[in-house]
Every structure is written in C-alpha cells, then in structure tokens.
Design a protein around this ligand. Sequence first.
Ligand SMILES: NC(=O)c1ccc[n+]([C@@H]2O[C@H](COP(=O)([O-])OP(=O)(O)OC[C@H]3O[C@@H](n4cnc5c(N)ncnc54)[C@H](O)[C@@H]3O)[C@@H](O)[C@H]2O)c1
Length: 340
Amino acid sequence: MTVRAAVIGLGDISALHLAAIELLGDVELVAVCDVDADRAAAGAERLGVPAYADHRELFAVEKPDVVHITTPHSEHAAAVIDALDAGINVIVEKPIARDPQQAAAVEAAAERSSAKIAVCFQNRYNTPVKAAKELLESGALGAISGASATVIWHRTPAYYEAAPWRGTWEGGGGGLLMNQAIHTLDLLRWLVGPVSSVAGTASTRALPIDVEDTAELTLTHAGGIRSVFYVTNTHAANAPITVDIIAENGLLSLRDELTVTYADGRVETVAEETLATGERAYWGVSHERLIADFYSRLDDPEPFWITPADGARLVDIIHEVYRGSYPEQTAQLTRNGVHQ
Ligand SMILES: NC(=O)c1ccc[n+]([C@@H]2O[C@H](COP(=O)([O-])OP(=O)(O)OC[C@H]3O[C@@H](n4cnc5c(N)ncnc54)[C@H](O)[C@@H]3O)[C@@H](O)[C@H]2O)c1
C-alpha cells in the first residue's frame, strides 16, 4: 500500500527530505505546508500537491501516514505533538524541540501515541561513524578511557539574515550548540555513553547574533569517562568535524573517514561509500539513509531506534550549559512554558 507523506516547512533542509521521499518506492508526497504564503504557493506549483498554511488543517484534510517536520526549532514541538496525537508518524529535524520543556512535552506525546517518531540525527548513518560504533561494540578495542571532539565551522552574517530565527533565543532556542554541534554531541553520547554531567561555557564572540557562536564543554559519561568538546562558528572556513576516542587497545579518529590505530601498530581506515554531488555533497547522503530506514520500519512494533529520549537528553545537556552562560535568556524560555 502506498504510504502518504507530507512535509511541514519548505526551507533549506526540506529539499533533502523531499528528494529522499521521491527516491522511495510506495511513498507518495500528498501535501506540503509553510506559513510563508509565497513559499507554500511555490512548493505547491513545483511539487504538484496542495499546500497549507497550518499543519493542523493539513493533518485533518490529508490524513498523511508520515509527516516530516522541517520548520524552525520553536515550531517543532507543536507540530510533532499534534501529529503524534493524530496517530501520524513523524520524522522531526533536530533538535527535537527548542527547549527542555517543549522536549519533555514531545516525549510525553510519544509515550501516549502508537505512532512512531524519529529525530533526524542522520550522522549516525555515516559509514565511518557506523564502523566506529560496531568496532566499539565488538569489544576489540577494549574499554574507552576518554574522548575529544571539535566542530570548527564558518557561518556568515548572511546565513543568519537569510533565516532570522537562527540567531535568536525565541526562534532557535540557542545557537551553535542547539543548531550545529548537537549532531556531534549526539555522536559522543551514542559512541561513548550516556552523559551523567556537563560543565561548560557558551558565548557570543564574533557573529552579530543573540545566541552563542562558540562553546566548550566537559562531559562526564557513564563510568566516569570524560569527553572534551570545543565548538565554534567563527572560523574562516569549515574544518572537518573531529571525534577522537581513546580505548585500551587503540585510538579511533573520525574525520571525513575513520582511522583506527591499534596499540600493536596496525592502522585501518573506513571511508564513506557513496560519492555525493551538489547539495548532497555538503549535507551528505545520510538523510536519505535515515529516512529510508524509518519508512522501512513503519510496521515494526518497536519504537524507532533514535528516540525522543535521545533528542530530549541532548537539549537537557545543552541547557545545562546555557543556564550558566545565558541565565536570563534561558529563564525567559522557561517562563514561556510549553508551546501548545
Ligand atoms: N539534520 C541536518 O543536518 C540539518 C541541516 C539544516 C537544517 N536542519 C534543521 O532543519 C530545520 C529547518 O532548518 P532550515 O535551515 O531549513 O530553516 P529555513 O528557515 O530555511 O526553513 C524553515 C521553513 O519553515 C517555515 N515555517 C516557519 N514556521 C512554520 C510553521 N509554524 N509551520 C509551517 N512552516 C513554517 C518557514 O517559512 C521556512 O520556509 C531546523 O530544525 C534545522 O535545525 C537540519
């Protein structure tokens, strides 16, 4: 039977979701939604489906089986909760929600719904990352003793001007940690283990935005393992993300590829399999993989393996840092309460 899909939010990243839907057999895009009337009209014209201004109307009229939420962070929770309460399966872009209160409300909605939800941490599907996970789980490297990671990237003022929510607490719920570095934080949590405590600072050092452009964190994982994490959007170019994991029998280094240096001197590398072009080269091919995996598991009685709890814990960790570095702004978000 054909699965009916819809996309809410027709901005930059929606292009990857729409392309991934098109690649899937037995999945049909039935409608799109955007609050921007011009974008909605252009989407309807380009994609040949009806466009809505309000996701609730789309859900009621079109009754999609799966909805992709690709809106600004402040808009995630309301659309996800409405979808789950209507029994519609959800793929939501990261972060799961703008702030811990909204994330907890999404977790609760997922608990009471029989529909599935995936949070879009597609980097877990990168071939080198998957190889690192498998190697760590195989036990071949022995126990992990520590990790470090960096995200040293370049964002221009124009990037924030193009979508003003990105530079604000109200729309983005934070800056580089909530928007970009959350992917690498997810990998540290996934590869090294659950985070029991975090100490860190975040600040706005160079970019004309209200939210942070630089941060450094010390994470303590289960078993007392420590990760050190430095992130900035103020560099002159995008450097490769780095993740280094030190284990008893070797060192795992993730750059664009994985290099494993064993204690006995052997070195192995794992590269990405698929050569991407154009937009896909910038964002990678892992969105396609995550989305295809989600659709393939729709009939599986188990929850999708990247869970709302994963998404919510990442928002909690980031807020732990924000509370110390931006106390007024985070208090304001809390006062705004759960978005419904
Ligand atoms: N996984 C990744 O690697 C990745 C990469 C880029 C962006 N993202 C995420 O994707 C999401 C969107 O980012 P973007 O850069 O595409 O943003 P964008 O500003 O380019 O697009 C957002 C779109 O949503 C629309 N919108 C706003 N409020 C809405 C609402 N209530 N209902 C319907 N439409 C609404 C806007 O008009 C706009 O067209 C964010 O959560 C972002 O963090 C993820």
